[in-house]
Ligand binder design. Structure first.
Ligand SMILES: NC(=O)c1ccc[n+]([C@@H]2O[C@H](COP(=O)([O-])OP(=O)(O)OC[C@H]3O[C@@H](n4cnc5c(N)ncnc54)[C@H](OP(=O)(O)O)[C@@H]3O)[C@@H](O)[C@H]2O)c1
Length: 216
């Protein structure tokens, strides 16, 4: 399994029991989830995953639950059942509910889409809690990095998570999959000529977890 950046430092053997399609979902999405949750959660913490029904979100939900968190997953209404199947405790449809306006406070927010204002997000972070922006527009990420510093008061840490591809974490997530403690979520695989259909499915907001394109 490879990742972008420094290939020799980020290649590990694919476990025999993991298919190539499953393995292809791990290097980016599972490392985002691992580095976004590992060592950041105490049992009973309230954790919100924004974008819970996507590639990284589906892994992050599982990892946060395994760490003993009470997990809220946010995504569109078509993915609610899927997100529940991952083990979340609460679900919000982002087209109907703005999680920053519910009065709930979270010990950890992992944000895969970064579409709310930093001021609104700060209200949803509990004192001593952490907010990590991972994905979204460049503008949103710059805002999270710059405004996040100013808004990191009351023990809160608000900023951007820069994911570091590395062999140890890749092996860790691969071993979790082999052990059955982490489940890959490949909704569908497509042949190369199926890319337009895959993109349509994605664009309609229907993709659950990961879509994989198989080449050859
Ligand atoms: N920080 C780093 O170091 C780093 C490294 C690699 C990648 N990244 C970035 O990290 C992100 C990884 O995300 P991913 O692979 O999980 O993406 P993904 O598979 O596209 O999942 C994103 C999910 O968020 C949902 N969503 C869209 N708008 C939303 C909103 N306003 N509120 C809540 N959920 C919303 C999407 O649903 P819909 O179907 O409705 O759109 C989708 O289910 C990407 O943006 C990638 O570029 C960051």
């Amino acid at each position: 399994m490879t990742n972008t950046g420094r290939p020799r430092k980020t290649i590990v053997h694919k476990p025999a029991s993991v298919t190539f399609a499953e393995a292809s979902t791990l290097p980016q999405a599972a490392l985002i989830a691992l580095q976004g949750t590992s060592g950041k959660i105490e049992p009973g913490d309230r954790v919100l995953i924004n974008g819970a029904g996507g590639g990284a979100g589906a892994f992050a939900v599982q990892m946060a639950k395994a760490d003993g968190a009470e997990v809220t997953g946010v995504d569109n209404g078509l993915k609610q059942e899927f997100i529940r199947s991952l083990g979340v405790d609460h679900v919000f449809d982002y087209t109907r509910t703005d999680y920053t306006k519910t009065n709930a406070r979270y010990d950890l927010i992992l944000d895969l889409v970064c579409e709310r204002s930093m001021f609104a997000i700060r209200r949803a972070v509990a004192p001593g809690g952490c907010y990590a922006a991972v994905g979204g527009s460049v503008r949103a990420l710059v805002s999270a990095a710059s405004l996040g510093r100013l808004l990191s008061t009351g023990g809160r840490r608000i900023g951007v998570l820069m994911v570091r591809p590395n062999k140890d974490d890749l092996l860790r997530v691969a071993n979790m999959v082999v052990a059955g403690t982490l489940h890959t979520t490949v909704e569908r695989t497509y042949p190369l000529e199926g890319v337009p259909e895959a993109l349509r499915h994605l664009g309609e907001g229907r993709a659950l977890g990961k879509l994989v394109i198989e080449i050859g």
